[in-house]
Each structure stands twice: as structure tokens, then as C-alpha cells.
Ligand binder design. Structure first.
Ligand code: HAM
Length: 421
């Protein structure tokens, strides 16, 4: 095959059928479960004012290195960015519309981060997620985590580990940050050059380093859990008790800081044990009790998560679960009289809710049967001169062994419906 003139940009992919159908099924399943739990869908813009995303943290890679930002053609031009995630957009929407709390929304869609692409890491990737704004009840944290956990379970995934931590709140954070900064500064010479730079901006981010040179220093660093105030500790313990009550297993992960700066108190990540560790985070989330206020809204606590659709599907492949859905086309209409009869038959079947397809170009019976086989449809409806003369079709079972039979056209839809059930 000749080299194409253009390819999809680096870090992006075309998702073609039937894989696209599998994604759609995953998103539909998530939508259904989120709606059952009282979440309504939010559809927000794919780009926002850059300022919205700056609130994710001036020391995070997402903001400093990975933003797809641009100026529009306005006068003066507005500095915009493609969304790297949706929590900030949801909080911006909350501050703008002031819905009655608690406000529970779910979302799905593409996100954009200028990352170094590799397996499971893309520049355009899809997330599904939920956010609950306006309550700091730890039960809301449990509800959110449970929704994520049960979603993976419903796909058939069994090798998911829930990692849990509390990042404290503005009351206990300063003392911890002081202790961490002092410890890391004392050991700065042993940190990687990148982490030395990070330390200046946000010591917490150093804990997020995956570089081998940093591992020893990080493993002995002070832990947030040892600095929690009584109130934050109690909040965390209620979250843990709720997970225990639901029988959801978790691992305490005291060094889990996550890649965004807005987190307070409960933070969690879902790791797929079937994937390589560098890209095994199939979802994550937590509380962000200061973000709405940061975006100009009223003080409003929030909790939510986002799950990475691309990585979940990789994990499903690795575990051999959540297969591609059956093709929607159930009857492939093979018309050897020129093609015009297939028009009516397809329409009748589709109007009866039965997937139907056909070939074009008046091809031979053999050629059309080949396409019918390839389509995955369980039945072929064959129309020849004799069938037309009698107002019938020949219905052939393409998968089972029930052979073929002549059916009156008027009975076709009902007959197929019966066979399919
Ligand atoms: P995040 O951890 O940055 O959190 O992303 C959530 C998930 O999106 C990750 O666990 C991963 O599965 C997927 N993901 C992230 N980056 C990529 C990439 N480059 N390629 C493929 N998949 C990726 C957030 O986005 C927060 N907004 C989650 C949240 C919601 N926190 C509170 N509410």
C-alpha cells in the first residue's frame, strides 16, 4: 500500500468499527450506571479559557508542559486551551450556573494532553467520570468510589486494585508541607535534577516522581496521614468504614498524591494489575474542596473521579473480558435482480427494529454472499426473480444449521424477530 499523504497526528488514533462499537458500549454502560445513581450528564465545551485549567496547579506537568493552548481570532484574542480533564470545567460550570447543591453530574469525552505517546498514553484520550458538588459528607466519597469499583466489575475486570489516601485539608496541610519541604531540602542532593526543580515549586509533586533515583528518598519521606487533624482523620475513617461496609477492598497508599494540585482529603486511584505499571492507572479521583471557590464560585466542596476509557479497554483485552458487541446487522439482503428490491426489504426490516444491510453495484450472488458472511449478520435474505414473482424472500441461516426457507415478504420481520429471540 502507498504511504498515505496524511496520518492522524502523533498521539491520536482513529477508532474504527468494530472497536468503536465496543467503546460506545462501555460509555453506554457507564452512563446507565451513573444515571441509576442519580447523576445527570453534563456536556461542556471541549475548550475553555486557559485560566480555568491553570487552577489544576501551576506546578503540574498537565499545566506547565502538556497544555494544547492557542489564541482565538478575537480582538483582543482570548487565550484558550483544549481541556486536559473535566473537573475544572465542571467547577467552572457550577460557578457560572449556580445549580442547587448537591449537584451530581457525569460526563464522557475526549481530553487532550501533550504527553510523550506510548502504549496506553495518548495526546487525545477519552474519559468517563462523575462529580458531586456541594457536600463534604464522606458518604459521598464512598458512593463515588463504589460507583467506579462496580463499573470495572460490571465489565468483567477482576484484577483492579483500589489505592486510597487522604491528602489532608488546608488546616493540616501547611505543617505537613513544612515537614516535607525540610526533609526533601535536606536530601536534595540525592534527588534527580528534575525533582530538585519540582521541589522549589511544590514538594508534594516530588512524591509523584516515578524516577528510580528518587525512589529511596521518597520512600522515607514524611507522610500526610501522620499530620491529619482529628476532623480530617475522622472523615477518612468514615470513608474507610463505608468501603468496608460495602465489601470493597482497598490498599492504603500513603504516598499517593495524584498528578493534579486541587486534591484535598480523600484521594484514590484504580490500578489495573494486568497492565504494565507505567500505564496501569485506569482511573482516579478524590476531593477538591477548594476548586469551585478558586474559579470564582462560592465555597463548595466536591468529590469525583475520571476513568480512562482507552486504558480500561486495554485492561479488558489483557483480562480477556468485555468483548466487542455483536454486529447490529441481523439480516444481509442479497438482491440478484438488480438491487431495487433490496431497498424495500431493508427499509421494512429497519422500521421493525431489525438491523439490515445490503450490497451495491448489482454484483453476483457469490460476491454478495461473501459480503453477507463478512458482515457477521446471522441471516441472509435472498431475492431472486422467482422470489419477487411470489412476494417472498429466501431466508438463509448463515451461522446455524437450520438451512434456508422461503418466507412471505409480509411475514419477514415477524419471522426474523422470532428467530432472533
Ligand atoms: P487523572 O488521573 O489525570 O485524573 O486522569 C484520570 C484517568 O485518565 C487516568 O487514570 C488514566 O486512566 C486516564 N488518562 C490520563 N492521561 C491519559 C493519557 N495521556 N492517555 C490515556 N489515558 C489517560 C483526572 O483527570 C481528574 N479530573 C479525575 C478527577 C475527577 N478527580 C476528581 N474528579
Amino acid at each position: 500500500m502507498a504511504e498515505p499523504t496524511f496520518r492522524a497526528p502523533k498521539g491520536t488514533r482513529d477508532i474504527l468499527p468494530p472497536e468503536s462499537g465496543r467503546r460506545r458500549a462501555l460509555i453506554d454502560a457507564f452512563a446507565q450506571q451513573a444515571e441509576l445513581a442519580g447523576f445527570g450528564e453534563i456536556m461542556s465545551p471541549i475548550f475553555e479559557d486557559l485560566g480555568v485549567f491553570k487552577r489544576l496547579g501551576e506546578s503540574t506537568d498537565v499545566v506547565t508542559k502538556e497544555m494544547f493552548d492557542f489564541f482565538d481570532k478575537g480582538d483582543p484574542p482570548q487565550h484558550l486551551a483544549l481541556r486536559p480533564e473535566l473537573t475544572a470545567s465542571v467547577c467552572r460550570a457550577f460557578a457560572e450556573h449556580r445549580p442547587t447543591p448537591p449537584w451530581k453530574v457525569w460526563y464522557e469525552g475526549p481530553q487532550f494532553r501533550y504527553e510523550q505517546p506510548q502504549a496506553g498514553r495518548y495526546r487525545q484520550f477519552a474519559q468517563v467520570g462523575i462529580e458531586t458538588l456541594g457536600t463534604d459528607d464522606p458518604q459521598a466519597d464512598v458512593d463515588a468510589i463504589a460507583l467506579g469499583w462496580h463499573f470495572y466489575e460490571s465489565l468483567g475486570l477482576r484484577e483492579i486494585t483500589l489505592l486510597l489516601n487522604s491528602l489532608g485539608d488546608p488546616t493540616c496541610r501547611p505543617a505537613y508541607m513544612d515537614a516535607l519541604r525540610t526533609y526533601l531540602s535536606d536530601n536534595a542532593a540525592s534527588l534527580s535534577p528534575q525533582s530538585q526543580v519540582t521541589l522549589e515549586r511544590n514538594p508534594l509533586r516530588v512524591l509523584d516522581s516515578k524516577r528510580d533515583e528518587d525512589a529511596a528518598i521518597i520512600s522515607a519521606a514524611p507522610l500526610m496521614v501522620d499530620f491529619l487533624t482529628d476532623e480530617t482523620r475522622e472523615h477518612f475513617e468514615t470513608v474507610r468504614a463505608g468501603l468496608d461496609q460495602l465489601g470493597i477492598p482497598y490498599e492504603l497508599s500513603p504516598r499517593l498524591v495524584r498528578g493534579l494540585d486541587y486534591y484535598t482529603r480523600t484521594t484514590f486511584e484504580f490500578a489495573a494489575d494486568a497492565l504494565a505499571t507505567a500505564q496501569n492507572a485506569v482511573g482516579g479521583g478524590g476531593r477538591y474542596d477548594g476548586l469551585v471557590e478558586d474559579l470564582g464560585g462560592p465555597a463548595t466542596p466536591g468529590i469525583g473521579f475520571a476513568l480512562g476509557v482507552d486504558r480500561i479497554l486495554l485492561a479488558c483485552d489483557a483480562e480477556g473480558v468485555f468483548a466487542t458487541p455483536e454486529p447490529a446487522v441481523k439480516v444481509f439482503v442479497v438482491d440478484v435482480t438488480g438491487g431495487s428490491h433490496a431497498l424495500g426489504v431493508c427499509t421494512t426490516l429497519r422500521n421493525a427494529g431489525i438491523g439490515a444491510d445490503r450490497s451495491y453495484g448489482g454484483r453476483s450472488m457469490k460476491a454478495q454472499m461473501k459480503v453477507a458472511d463478512r458482515s457477521g449478520a446471522p441471516f441472509a435474505a435472498i431475492i431472486g426473480e422467482d422470489e419477487v414473482a411470489n412476494g417472498e424472500v429466501t431466508l438463509r441461516d448463515l451461522r446455524g444449521d437450520t438451512g434456508q426457507q422461503r418466507i412471505a415478504l409480509v411475514d419477514l420481520a415477524e419471522h426474523v424477530t422470532r428467530l432472533l429471540s
